[in-house]
Design a protein around this ligand. Structure first.
Ligand code: 4AD
Ligand code: MG
Length: 446
């Protein structure tokens, strides 16, 4: 330890620009080190960013020079140095190192497992607890946090009340085949697939509400869009119909993207995101009926742009969504799917009952569905017959039917999976990098 470390003011790398010409202290880790004779170039990270340091043998004490030389990756350090603006440096600043305290030196014999060379995905996921330290993964997590913050902010500042639904539930919301069972003191229970049914209740109590929490899906899917545990944010509004819901969805998404551009541009650059594509995101978004989308898919197949023909009446498959959503430079809102392929609670279109008053919002650049929502069945009789037709246990839904017995109104809501939104906004291949610890078919460690 050198004497300078104690006196210089403490700061963080994201605020380093406010200290040009001053000597400051940073607390962090050694990210990388280059040595060239009497010069060492350590790169430090502190969670807010990275900065390159420079230490000349003649410019620091022998102890500091010796401690820096051969210092191992991810050793924790408290470093003091003078901040210099340097247009060539990554981030625009460099640190002329003066003092260094090594808090813990990673031993040579047991080095940090994630070196700067390429590693396979399985290896990285196995070491996710350490992988999150790398600049790219940290930047993604910072962007994720901003997306969650902005999403909550949108509802909080537009008259929505956050009401938290239970996670342990007695019944299905999104189909019985994808439930995780739990033994609830001898009774069967399930991890929730969505807070929707419960926030329909609080919407009829409070007007406009939202929920934000973990949700679970047990299907054995290995696609790059699927997690078994993910975070969903769901608004629900009394006296809202499908048109109002589409406007809500486009304003909500626009707010999120603009917030990320405003507050997390350096992180977008760290991960190499094409920022111009995000700048194009603005309401209104294009709207397509399911029928029109189906026609586009047929044409695409005829033109040889899709491998398999689209069968009218089905839900869209992954390749269909990928193709559709790459036809637009902003999210496209596909509405009025055939009622038969959608959930039991969706209100039929009064103009043609074969279709549901529902919407899927498909993110551009091939990302596909990030939002699913609908107007809800408001008639008691219809909802009861739907529950029966879907072979759901009527007793478990009596409370839900009560919402149609006592002051039923048209109401609507949607759910957005945070990880799908992060994958799109960050331009990632796979949702596994969008959440600190992904839960997938083959992974529940670490
Ligand atoms: O379309 P979904 O299944 O809709 C519902 O759950 C409704 N009850 C929501 C509502 O109307 N309040 O799921 C909503 C969103 C999807 O659009 C997607 O973004 C995300 O949740 N999602 C998943 N994300 C990651 N992994 C999965 N397995 C997901 N399943 C759904
Ligand atoms: Mg859906």
């Amino acid at each position: 330890m050198s004497e300078q470390t104690s006196t210089a003011p403490l700061t963080t790398i994201d605020k380093i620009g406010e200290h040009v010409g001053q000597t400051v202290t940073l607390r962090g880790w050694l990210y990388n080190l280059r040595e060239s004779g009497k010069l060492v170039f350590p790169i430090f990270r502190d969670g807010t960013g990275t900065i390159q340091g420079v230490a000349h043998k003649a410019g620091v004490s022998p102890e500091v020079f010796e401690a820096l030389k051969g210092l191992t990756q991810e050793s924790s350090v408290i470093v003091t140095g003078a901040v210099r603006a340097d247009a060539r440096a990554h981030g625009g600043f460099e640190l002329d190192v003066q003092g260094l305290e090594v808090v813990q030196r990673v031993p040579e014999a047991d080095p940090f497992p994630i070196s700067l060379k390429e590693h396979g995905t399985d290896f990285l996921m196995e070491h996710r607890h350490l992988w999150v330290r790398t600049p790219r993964q940290s930047a993604i997590l910072r962007i994720r946090a901003e997306i969650m913050r902005a999403a909550g902010e949108y509802f909080d500042s537009n008259g929505f009340i956050r009401t938290d639904p239970p996670i342990l539930t007695p019944a299905a919301c999104e189909g019985t085949s994808t439930l995780f069972p739990v033994d609830y003191f001898g009774d069967p229970a399930f991890l929730t697939q969505s807070g929707q049914l419960y926030i329909e209740s609080t919407a009829l109590a409070l007007g406009k509400v939202y929920s934000f929490g973990p949700t679970f899906r047990a299907e054995k899917s290995k696609t790059r869009r699927h997690l078994t545990e993910f975070w969903m944010i769901e608004p629900e509004c009394a006296y809202m119909e499908l048109d109002g819901l589409l406007e809500l969805a486009e304003n909500f998404l626009t707010h999120i993207v603009k917030s990320v551009l405003k507050n997390r541009e350096p992180e977008l650059k760290v991960i190499g995101r094409d920022i111009e594509k995000l700048r194009k995101i603005d309401a209104p978004f294009p709207r397509l009926r399911y029928d029109e989308a189906a026609e586009m898919l047929n044409q695409a197949y005829k033109d040889g742009k899709l491998e398999a023909p689209f069968e009218y009446g089905n839900d869209f498959g992954s390749p269909d969504e990928t193709w559709l959503s790459s036809q637009f430079d902003r999210p496209v809102m596909v509405h009025r799917y055939p009622a038969d392929v959608k959930a039991f609670y969706m209100e039929p279109d009064p103009k043609d009952g074969r279709f549901a008053l529902c919407v899927d919002v498909l993110a551009p650049e091939g990302y596909g569905e990030i939002i699913g929502g609908s107007q809800r069945v408001s008639s008691y009789e219809l909802l009861k017959s739907r529950i029966e037709a879907h072979k759901l246990p009527l007793e478990a839904f009596q409370w839900y039917l009560d919402l149609r017995r006592y002051g039923s109104v048209p109401h609507a809501g949607f759910g957005m999976g945070i990880e799908r939104a992060v994958a799109w906004i960050c331009g990632l291949e796979h949702v596994r990098e969008t959440i600190p610890f992904a839960r997938t078919l083959n992974r529940i460690y670490p």
